[in-house]
Design a protein around this ligand. Structure first.
Ligand code: GLY
Length: 361
C-alpha cells in the first residue's frame, strides 16, 4: 500500500493507494475516526458491484452505515439530489461527529463532498474513489460542488476529506471508454509537471500493463497534485495549472451537449488544442503534440475533432477561468512544464480563428 500525506495544517489527510484496499476500508477508517454512525453515498452501479464488500468491512470494524444510492451520471449532481441526501443524513440521526463515506466516481465524490461541507456546517467525510478520474483528480484535493441549471459546479466548497482510500483493483470494472477517459488526466500530469512520468507512460503498452502499475501511477499523480494543492488549496495560483486542456475541453463538452465526448476525451482534445495554441503564439518551444498523439492513440483517446476552434471561443469566455474580458489559458512551455497565459477576449477570438486553418489538418 502506498501512503501519501497531504499537509494542509488542521485539514491534513492521507491518500492510501493499493490493490484490494476496499476490504480493509473499515479498519483504515477506524484509524482516523472514532465515531460509530455513518452514511455511505454511492451510485446504483457501484452499489451493485462493491456496496456489500464495503458494508461488510465497515460492520467488521463496528461502523453501522446506512446507504444512500443515486442514479449514475451527471444529473445526480443537482440541488434536488443534494437536498434528498441531506434529509437522509438527518433522518438517520447523523451528528457533527458522524461520518459520510463516498463510494463512487466524480459525481458521487463532488456531491458527497459538498453534502459533508454543508451538513451541520461541516462533518468528516472519506472518499473511496472507484474511477481512474476520481482516483487521480476529482477525489483528491477537496473541490466539491453540485451543478445549477445555469452551469456546472456553480455551487460548491473547498472541503478536504479525512481520508482517501484508492483501491486500484476496482478500476478493472471500468468500461474501455471510462478507463481511457481517466488516462487523459493521468497523461495531463506528465504534460504539465513531469516529463519523466510522461516517458514512463510511453513505456506502458496497454491497459493490462497499466493495471499492473496502477498503484504507482495513481500515487504519482496524487503526489504531483499534492504539491500544488499544498501550495494553493484555494485555486488562485499554481493549482490552476491542473486545468491544462480543460478550458478548451469544456468548450468541446458543451458543444457536444456532454454526450459526444466524455470528460477525459474532451480533455485529451483540449490538451492537443492547447499545444497548438502554444505553438501558434510561440509560448511552446518544441512541439509536444506528436508524442501526445501517440500516447492518446495507444490508450484509446481521440486526437482530432471536426469542431472548429473558432466555434469554441465563445464557450471558453463563459468558463469559470474567465473574468469577462480576459481569460486564463494553461499552456505548455515544454513537455513537463506548464504556465498560465492571460489573454484578452479579442486575442482569444483571433487566435482561435487562426487555429481553424491548422487544427486537424
Ligand atoms: N481538478 C482540478 C483541481 O482539483 O484543482
Amino acid at each position: 500500500m502506498e501512503r501519501l500525506h497531504i499537509d494542509l495544517n488542521e485539514h491534513s489527510y492521507d491518500i492510501l493507494t493499493g490493490h484490494g484496499l476496499l476490504d480493509q476500508a473499515g479498519t483504515l477508517i477506524r484509524r482516523v475516526w472514532s465515531g460509530s454512525r455513518a452514511v455511505v453515498l454511492t451510485d446504483d452501479t457501484v452499489r451493485d458491484l462493491y456496496g456489500s464488500r464495503l458494508e461488510q468491512s465497515l460492520s467488521a470494524a463496528g461502523i453501522s452505515a446506512a446507504v444512500f444510492s443515486v442514479a449514475p451520471g451527471e444529473q445526480s449532481k443537482s440541488m434536488k439530489v443534494l437536498e434528498h441526501l441531506l434529509d437522509f443524513m438527518a433522518s438517520h440521526g447523523l451528528t457533527r461527529s458522524d461520518l459520510l463515506i463516498v463510494l463512487g466516481g466524480g459525481v458521487a465524490g463532488d456531491l458527497g463532498g459538498f453534502a459533508a461541507a454543508c451538513y451541520m456546517r461541516g462533518i468528516a467525510f472519506v472518499q473511496i474513489p472507484t474511477t481512474l478520474l476520481a482516483q487521480v483528480d476529482s477525489g483528491v484535493g477537496g473541490k466539491t460542488a453540485v451543478n445549477l441549471e445555469s452551469g456546472k459546479n456553480l455551487v460548491g466548497a473547498f472541503w478536504q476529506p479525512r481520508l482517501v482510500i484508492s483501491d486500484t483493483s476496482l478500476l478493472a470494472s471500468l468500461s474501455a471508454r471510462e478507463f481511457a477517459g481517466g488516462m487523459a488526466e493521468v497523461i495531463k500530469y506528465g504534460c504539465i509537471f513531469d516529463r519523466s512520468f510522461f516517458a514512463f507512460l510511453e513505456g506502458c503498452s496497454d491497459r493490462s500493463e497499466l493495471m499492473e502499475r496502477m498503484p504507482y501511477i495513481v500515487h504519482r499523480c496524487c503526489d504531483l497534485k499534492r504539491i500544488v494543492v499544498e501550495e494553493d488549496e484555494r485555486d488562485t495560483g499554481r493549482r490552476m495549472l491542473l486545468n491544462f486542456g480543460h478550458t478548451f475541453g469544456h468548450a468541446m463538452e458543451t458543444i457536444g451537449s456532454y454526450r459526444r465526448y466524455i470528460h477525459g476525451e474532451a480533455v485529451a482534445l483540449g490538451m492537443l488544442l492547447a499545444m497548438a495554441y502554444g505553438r501558434l503564439t510561440g509560448v511552446t518551444e518544441e512541439d509536444p503534440a506528436p508524442a501526445l498523439i501517440r500516447l492518446c492513440q495507444r490508450f484509446g483517446l481521440p486526437v482530432s475533432t471536426d469542431i472548429p476552434p473558432s466555434a469554441m471561443a465563445e464557450h471558453m469566455l463563459i468558463d469559470k477561468k474567465a473574468d469577462g474580458s480576459r481569460i486564463r489559458l494553461i499552456l505548455l512551455k515544454n513537455l513537463g512544464e506548464a504556465c498560465v497565459e492571460t489573454v484578452t477576449k479579442e486575442e482569444l477570438i483571433q487566435r482561435m480563428q487562426q487555429l481553424d486553418a491548422v487544427w486537424g489538418k
